[in-house]
Design a protein around this ligand. Structure first.
Ligand code: SAM
Length: 142
């Protein structure tokens, strides 16, 4: 299900959703509706994904990240660039996307228009439709 980025920010603020503290370079993910936790988000970029960030930073690029958590280092690095393309962030746990949206809004509110948020288990209908319509310039799943 697609989330409106602005509404995601408002909901995160109303519900006081916060990024959990980092421990040993990772931030534990929230419990999903199935009662399971799906590991932790890394808070330090690894060099293997440098090329993804380079592609995502092109003004005409369309990129997809699967399991984007609270905004991985790759997503945050891309949104800190002066220029960037359109970034679709998919994530099973919707509240993580709401926190992600808040982080982008704090960085630069105008960049919310460069962000599509899709909540729920991959593959999502919105992503499949986009793949059939021309696809993404880069896809990251870590
Ligand atoms: C181990 S964490 C890794 C987070 C981040 N990609 C990283 O590299 O640090 C896995 C993330 O993928 C999400 N996830 C797990 N299964 C998923 C699915 N079927 N569709 C979308 N996201 C999923 C989890 O909720 C969690 O945020």
């Amino acid at each position: 299900m697609k989330l409106c980025a602005q509404k995601a920010v408002e909901e995160a603020r109303e519900r006081n959703l916060q990024l959990p503290e980092e421990r040993n370079g990772r931030i534990v993910t929230l419990t999903n509706t199935d009662g399971k936790k799906y590991g932790g988000m890394t808070n330090k970029p690894v060099k293997e994904f440098k090329e993804f960030v380079e592609i995502a930073s092109r003004a005409d690029a369309k990129v997809l990240e699967i399991g984007a958590a609270y905004g991985t280092p790759y997503l945050m690095e891309t949104f800190k660039k002066e220029h960037m393309g359109h970034y679709t962030a998919c994530e099973l746990v919707g509240d993580q996307l709401r926190i992600l949206a808040t982080r982008i809004e704090e960085l630069d509110p105008s960049k919310l228009s460069n962000l599509t948020l899709i909540e729920g288990p991959f593959p999502h209908k919105e992503v499949i439709d986009h793949l059939q319509e021309g696809g993404y310039d880069a896809v990251l799943a870590s």
